[in-house]
Design a protein around this ligand. Structure first.
Ligand code: DLZ
Length: 155
């Protein structure tokens, strides 16, 4: 077990084999968000979560992630959700509105549902920076988001 996963392995406080996890994935910048999904999914399996207890839901863009997470929590007995997206800066202030709305929206779902919802959303200047954080030289933020929700369940 390497990297961030090591920081959590062997703690043994939680039996993750009975817990259900939701992963909400934004379809914008799909090559990046699929890599984030793979990172999160593989991390959960390595930490002892069962395949059948990982439930995936796609949403069109990052802006829709908070509602997608809320729907998952309302409809299924889920312990925690990992929200994955990638917002890349364009020529207009649209980027800032989306990033702010998603961050606030995900925080609201955390507090209202009283369940961990990880902010696994890359907010980058270009695609290169995003790929570097989706399994490239800066690791995989999907994996980090998975570790974050497990740590939160342990607290
Ligand atoms: C519209 C839009 C733009 C321009 N860029 C992105 C992006 O880089 N990443 C992303 O996840 N979503 C983007 N979207 C879509 C919005 O998140 C949202 O789906 C639409 O504004 C419709 O609500």
């Amino acid at each position: 077990m390497a990297g961030i996963l090591k920081s959590i392995s062997g703690r043994g406080k939680l039996n993750l084999s009975t817990k259900k996890f939701g992963i909400v994935v934004a379809e914008w910048n799909e090559d990046v968000t699929e890599a984030l999904f793979q990172g999160a999914y593989d991390a959960l399996l390595k930490l002892g979560v069962k395949k059948e207890n990982i439930i995936r839901k796609n949403v069109p863009g990052s802006f829709e992630l908070p509602l997608g997470a809320q729907w998952m929590i309302e409809k299924k007995p889920i312990a925690a959700v990992i929200a994955l997206g990638c917002v890349i800066q364009g020529d207009t202030p649209h980027f800032d509105y989306i990033c702010q709305a998603v961050a606030n929206g995900i925080m609201t779902v955390n507090l209202k549902s009283n369940k961990p919802v990880a902010f696994g959303v890359l907010t980058t200047l270009d695609k290169k920076q995003a790929l570097e954080r989706a399994g490239g030289k800066y690791g995989n933020k999907g994996e980090e988001a998975a570790v974050t929700v497990v740590k939160m369940l342990e607290t």
